[in-house]
Design a protein around this ligand. Structure first.
Ligand code: 13P
Length: 247
């Protein structure tokens, strides 16, 4: 079954790294499952990677953006129009690292409005260690999903990335039952609030310490529509093997 396999490179990469990476990727990608592959590189390297996107049939996305481009002047900002101009179809919103360090210039609610039909937003949600310890996971995620409902704009398609903060870069992941449970909780929560959407319009990706050893099990778990991978997406052999998985 076709899944979304997304690579969040965060602030990693160089021109040389990209050349070596895509030399290998081009030779070894054998995506018979027809998984949808999306790369989220640093903004400065978008153009370098776009060169490979058509031939290798993957999509591109930005890691964060600051405005639509028409309404707001901001030194250091990147507008949604610039991402579109550079071949992007997706944008990450509300990643926990951006939330933690306060780099979201606008709130995720406002950012969602700016995506309109041109960029598919992937809203990141997830509990931190304290929420988990105090059994506040569902409550925390409900609050973060409010960003979706406080807009007049109802997206045609919603992609959520469930990324428990404690699992990011830690080598720890929730049990598969817990991942499925939270993914179902997210889908039900959205369907209740946005009843014009159908279940098939809502996709939930899992992110946090996904690697080649656990990817197949996670991708095969009920209600998991894909994965958002940080560290392991920088290891080209590992990431290519994940893209080649048959689910
Ligand atoms: P890791 O895969 O390195 O845990 O990072 C996950 C992440 O933050 C993806 O957005």
């Amino acid at each position: 079954m076709k899944k979304i396999i997304a690579a969040n490179w965060k602030n990693n990469g160089s021109k040389e790294f990209i050349k070596n990476y895509f030399d290998y990727f081009a030779k070894n990608l054998n995506n018979t499952n027809k998984n949808e592959i999306i790369f989220f590189p640093p903004d400065l390297y978008m153009d370098q990677i776009d060169k490979y996107s058509k031939k290798l049939n993957f999509s591109l996305g930005g890691q964060n953006f600051t405005s639509s481009g028409d309404d707001f002047t901001l030194t250091g900002g990147t507008s949604s129009k610039m991402f579109i101009d550079n071949g992007c179809s997706h944008i990450l919103i509300g990643h926990s690292e951006m939330r933690l360090y306060g780099f979201d210039t606008y709130t995720p609610a406002n950012l969602l409005c700016f995506t309109h039909d041109h960029l598919q937003a992937i809203l990141c949600v997830g509990e931190d260690h304290n929420d988990k310890k105090n059994n506040h996971t569902s409550e925390k995620i409900s609050k973060q999903l409010k960003d979706l409902y406080e807009n007049e704009f109802i997206p045609k398609k919603v992609i959520i990335a469930y990324e428990p903060v404690w699992a990011i870069g830690s080598g720890k992941i929730p049990t598969l039952d817990n991942i499925s449970f939270i993914h179902r909780f997210i889908k039900n929560n959205i369907l209740e609030k946005l009843p014009s959407l159908k279940e098939k319009d809502i996709m939930v990706l899992y992110g946090g310490s996904v690697n080649l050893k656990n990817a197949k099990d996670i991708l095969s778990a009920p209600h998991v529509d894909g994965v958002l991978i940080g560290g392991a997406s920088l290891e080209v052999k590992e990431f290519t093997s994940i893209c080649n998985l048959k689910i």
